[in-house]
Design a protein around this ligand. Structure first.
Ligand code: SAH
Length: 217
């Protein structure tokens, strides 16, 4: 390290917020280092791009806190051959990180301007292994199922059984928040045949999943 080395805000974010709280998977850390979070944040919030919090991205939605993105990604245990379904792509930040770890990412978002913007930023960054779809992600993407992994970035009222039994591969993992607005828990779900085994990770706070297996609104 040269004498004039200065850590960037991204370096600080990774060291303090992510490694400092116990995320240690080198592939996840490398993926987080490789994605410029500031590009996914609206221009008027750029000064907070690397802050330890979620930020508004319009349409009453948020880009998740960096730590929660890292934690969800680590718990998903994505491998380079995997095809991943992401429900609620929002800003596209989490999508970009998954795209560095997986073979293909299938990202669904229900709000068109957010989807368009995510598509634009990922295109500008040269990301080529993400497929975008507008609609209710709780219905999945049957043409490309089964998926090795499913990440849901909005809180479901309960584990979406039809989605996971219908579109998660046997032995596959899903990570998602479950619960009412102020009582949410991040969980890992493992599919074994017709069984879904749920393991709690921690309390969390996400926007609502809106759709057939989500909330009404
Ligand atoms: N990881 C994203 C999180 C965005 S917030 C980020 O960091 O930017 C969650 C997103 O889920 C919102 O954009 C919301 O519009 C979307 N969403 C909610 N219900 C959905 C559904 N049923 N299908 C697809 N997207 C949904």
């Amino acid at each position: 390290m040269s004498a004039d080395y200065r850590p960037t805000p991204l370096d600080y974010m990774i060291r303090e917020q992510i490694m400092g709280r116990g995320v240690s998977d080198p592939r996840v850390l490398a993926a987080m280092r490789g994605v410029p979070r500031d590009r996914f944040v609206p221009p008027d919030h750029r000064d907070l791009a690397f802050a330890d919090r979620a930020l508004l991205i319009g349409h009453e939605q948020t880009i998740s806190q960096p730590y929660i993105v890292a934690l969800m990604t680590e718990r998903l245990r994505v491998e380079p051959t995997h095809r991943v379904l992401e429900v609620g792509c929002g800003s596209g930040y989490q999508t970009a990180i998954l795209a560095r770890l997986a073979a293909e990412v299938y990202a669904i978002e229900r709000i068109k301007p957010l989807l368009d913007r995510a598509w634009e930023v990922l295109s500008e960054l040269g990301v080529r292994n993400v497929h975008f779809r507008l609609g209710d992600g709780t219905a999945g993407w049957p043409e490309h199922a089964p998926f090795d992994r499913v990440l849901i970035a909005a809180a479901a009222p309960r584990v979406p059984r039809r989605l996971l039994l219908g579109q998660l591969a046997d032995g596959g993992l899903a990570v998602l928040p479950v619960g009412e607005d102020d009582q949410q828990e991040l969980v890992v779900v493992e599919r074994e045949g017709a069984e879904l085994r749920t393991t709690p990770v921690c309390g969390c706070r996400f926007v609502r999943l809106v759709g057939e297996e989500g909330f009404e609104r």
